[in-house]
Ligand binder design. Structure first.
Ligand SMILES: C[S@@+](CC[C@H](N)C(=O)[O-])C[C@H]1O[C@@H](n2cnc3c(N)ncnc32)[C@H](O)[C@@H]1O
Length: 226
């Protein structure tokens, strides 16, 4: 069942972003160096490219450095808007992908009735960004994605498969808090938020640095149900 009461729900939780943007401000380019192979992410963006009409408007939520996704989508001729909490990441993204527009924003700012309105999009990508929210907030973020999409709009996301909630981990010399689900539970969360899953893939990924252990990455290609 789709929860239509999302505006109010955001008002009832305290958003704790402490340390999250600061970590990525410092990590910067090292994120891409630690995760050099992005076949799953590139394939999911290719699904968007193959499914969208020329000139479509696409939002990259938690865009990081803009590489590879914002760049891949801009190179495909879409109007790309990227949003990230980290000012450092937004600065890099503007440099690396001059053909897209980037904003330093919290994705919660884009909620229905929230402080920023970037208009509607034909597609939203959220690769490894929703995992930086506590679980209590992930359904609200998904309802924000729904709100940002035109009816029938496309949504691609990736998560790390793990049964954790707001769990502190060492990450590239900093500490960040992450959440995840087992795959079955992730599917339920996505479907409950009003999406149908069209395609799904998983990859076992060993990052190119010692302090990040191997992880199971899940990519979902979804469509907004009306
Ligand atoms: C693991 S990185 C992934 C970056 C990029 N999507 C990629 O796959 O290469 C997560 C990104 O999400 C951003 N982020 C975390 N919480 C966010 C929030 N509440 N709103 C917007 N961006 C956020 C971080 O600053 C970081 O750049």
């Amino acid at each position: 069942m789709i929860n239509k009461n999302h505006g109010t729900d955001y008002e009832n939780i305290r958003l704790d972003r402490s340390g999250q943007a600061e970590a990525f401000d410092v990590i910067g380019d090292r994120y891409d160096e630690a995760f050099p192979h992005k076949e799953g992410q590139v394939a999911a963006a290719d699904w968007l490219i193959g499914s969208l009409a020329a000139g479509a408007r696409v939002l990259d939520l938690g865009c990081g450095t803009g590489v590879p996704t914002a760049r891949q989508l801009a190179d495909a001729g879409f109007e790309v808007v990227g949003v990230d909490l980290s000012g450092g990441m937004v600065k890099l993204a503007r440099e690396y992908v001059p053909g897209a527009t980037f904003h330093q924003l919290d994705l919660a700012d884009l909620r229905p009735g929230g402080p920023r309105d970037l208009g509607r999009f034909d597609a939203v990508a959220a690769f490894f960004s929703l995992l930086m929210l506590p679980r209590a907030e992930i359904p609200l973020a998904l309802l924000t994605v729904r709100h940002l999409l035109v009816p029938g709009g496309l949504f691609v996301l990736s998560m790390v498969e793990a049964d954790v909630d707001d769990f502190s981990i060492p990450f590239l010399g900093r500490t960040i808090r992450v959440s995840g689900y087992l795959l079955e539970d992730l599917r339920k969360v996505i479907e409950t938020a009003g999406f149908e899953i069209a395609e799904e893939s998983s990859y076992t990924y060993a990052p190119a640095v010692a302090d990040v252990p191997p992880e199971e990455q899940v990519f979902l290609c979804c469509r907004r149900l009306d």
